[in-house]
Design a protein around this ligand. Structure first.
Ligand SMILES: [Zn+2]
Ligand SMILES: [Zn+2]
Ligand SMILES: [Zn+2]
Length: 322
């Protein structure tokens, strides 16, 4: 029997990303979302009670501030059902409407920001001073004295670089922000390595990218790829374009066998310190690449035992052994 897959119901089918942008590309409609969100008019599936709170039409129109009934009706009708649900008692945000509201909250605040720059942790590569910077809503930690880890794939000195919502910076020191970003990166990576996009829940696809002429001198990056890592995991979502590109060593650390292996030995990979993570990647985790069939073979030295994980060209686990 053929496998059954989800089909959208008729009224909700076929809202393309372009159509969603078009629907939301209007101030009045975004104001409807804002007013319903501010008033808590939504179905709180994710809260403790399962009640829906709604707002009557007349109150919604008054709060949005549109006098013309016909014009308001027109805009409201564009939002139903994808972003706003109409019930017998009034209007509330849909799940999609709540996500829009949350996305707006997450992107509000500073675009670029001055951070209390220097991190308490020294650069794990060279012992130099590590500075935090925030630009274009990306939070970057970079060494002021060495080239960092990512070669040409990131600005010089980069040790960690990821998108970070501005509200998350509030009341955090640079060290707190670093711990938070490490946690978020690992969490995204565990999703992606399970084949799930953390942003949109579509299938995420992995590709193994190997430096063929990899030959780093001790303490120096390889001339061919500009990094110390022979193999990289390229993980991306074809639906929303969310992507991560990281050394295979880090991809393997996001897999359950490695998480468990290291946890038993005192390291929590899901919430690592920068020092722990670098110590792991630089001294205890090794990756080699075999041909025919091509595999990335990563070993993790646990002291008493070694864990070996083999990944194929699509970053799928082929086997795990101790
Ligand atoms: Zn450094
Ligand atoms: Zn190389
Ligand atoms: Zn996605």
């Amino acid at each position: 029997m053929a496998e059954r897959v989800f089909q959208a119901s008729d009224d909700a089918a076929g809202l393309t990303p372009e159509a969603a942008f078009a629907v939301l590309g209007d101030e009045t409609r975004l104001n409807v979302v804002r007013v319903l969100w501010s008033a808590g008019a939504s179905h709180e599936y994710d809260d403790v009670d399962d009640t829906a709170s709604t707002m009557p039409y007349s109150e919604l129109r008054r709060r949005v501030g549109v006098e013309d009934n016909g014009r308001f009706n027109y805009h409201l009708s564009k939002l139903v059902p994808h972003f706003v649900r109409k019930t017998d008692d009034g209007y509330r945000l849909s799940g999609g409407g709540k996500r829009i509201a949350r996305a707006v909250v997450a992107i509000a605040g500073a675009h670029d920001a001055e951070l209390p720059g220097v991190v308490g942790t020294a650069c794990p590569v060279c012992g130099g001073v590590v500075e935090a910077s925030y630009e274009d809503q990306w939070l970057r930690f970079a060494c002021t004295q060495c080239d960092g880890l990512f070669g040409d794939a990131a600005p010089n000195g980069t040790l960690l670089n990821a998108p970070f919502p501005a509200p998350g910076l509030a009341e955090r020191t640079a060290d707190d922000a670093l711990a938070t970003e490490l946690y978020r990166c690992t969490s995204d990576l565990t999703d992606m390595m399970q084949g799930v996009c953390p942003e949109c829940a579509s299938a995420a696809r992995g590709t193994l990218v190997v430096c063929d002429g990899h030959d780093p001198a001790p303490g120096e990056p390889c001339e061919a790829c500009g990094t110390p890592f022979v193999a990289w995991g390229d993980l991306r979502c074809g639906t929303c374009q969310f992507a991560k590109r990281l050394p295979v060593e880090l991809c393997v650390l996001a897999l359950a066998p490695a998480i468990g292996f290291l946890y038993e030995r005192g390291t929590n990979v899901l919430a690592p310190s920068l020092d722990d993570l670098f110590d792991l990647v630089q001294t205890r985790v090794r990756t080699t690449v075999t041909d025919d069939p091509r595999r990335a073979v990563t070993t993790i030295d646990g002291g008493d035992e070694v864990l070996t994980v083999r990944l194929d060209d699509y970053l799928t686990v082929v086997d795990v052994s101790r």
